[in-house]
Design a protein around this ligand. Structure first.
Ligand SMILES: Nc1ncnc2c1ncn2[C@@H]1O[C@H](COP(=O)(O)OP(=O)(O)O)[C@@H](O)[C@H]1O
Ligand SMILES: [Mg+2]
Length: 201
């Protein structure tokens, strides 16, 4: 399975999602070989990978030979131009579009996607990220705005938690961190991982 992670704004949790989804796929019981292909010239995932010697998946440059892993998670540049999006869809089983509800990100996602009616509904999902702890009302509004224009969203969403920055600094994924916040943060990505593996084989 090839999962590509893209967005129309930077800083919405693409690399964080790529790393944690790769970790989910690599550590679940039926997990095979997982490669995270870093397609961002900033190489955030690659530099994280260099700090993570015990990591269960391989992080490589997207321009390098990917080999034949069971799953490829592709992280992309800070922002994708709308006209590049269809090519990304064609090259992937699933295009995952992290979108923050706290920023202009939601607006950018909606504006871009509604202009792409040829986007097959089974090939992409919007993932709400950086959802504030007491952000249920805003999350509901964001979901309404997306559904009103027929955009497909994951049921799972990723709450905003400081533990993600701590894990990033240590070259870890949140499932390797201690404490209740780390557990809750990982359960958000587990829930996403389950939706992904149920819907796309
Ligand atoms: N759920 C989250 N809660 C809190 N901080 C997060 C979360 N996801 C990502 N971050 C932080 O936000 C920043 C941007 O995330 P990143 O994954 O690099 O976004 P992108 O790849 O879209 O630019 C990073 O410092 C990261 O640690
Ligand atoms: Mg990134």
């Amino acid at each position: 399975m090839i999962i590509t992670i893209a967005s129309f704004k930077g800083g919405v949790g693409k690399s964080t999602t790529a790393i944690h989804l790769a970790q989910y796929l690599a550590t679940r019981r039926s997990g095979g070989k997982v490669v995270l292909a870093d397609g961002d010239p900033n190489h955030s995932a690659l530099s994280w990978g260099r700090r993570s010697p015990g990591c269960k998946f391989t992080v490589i440059d997207a321009d390098d030979d990917l080999g034949e892993p069971d799953h490829i998670v592709v992280d992309t540049a800070a922002r994708t131009e709308p006209d590049e999006l269809l090519a990304l869809v064609e090259g992937s089983d699933l295009l995952l579009l992290p979108t923050a509800i706290t920023s202009f990100s939601l607006e950018a996602t909606i504006k871009t996607l509604v202009n792409l009616p040829q986007l097959p509904p089974d090939r992409y999902r919007v993932l709400l990220t950086l959802v504030p702890a007491r952000g249920q009302a805003r999350e509901a509004q964001a979901r309404e705005a997306l559904t009103a224009v027929n955009l497909q969203t994951f049921k799972s969403r990723i709450q905003s938690r400081v533990i993600f920055a701590d894990a990033e600094l240590e070259g870890l994924t949140v499932d390797k961190m201690k404490g209740a916040s780390a557990k809750a943060a990982w359960s958000d990505y587990e829930s996403l991982g389950k939706e992904v593996t149920k819907g796309w084989k």
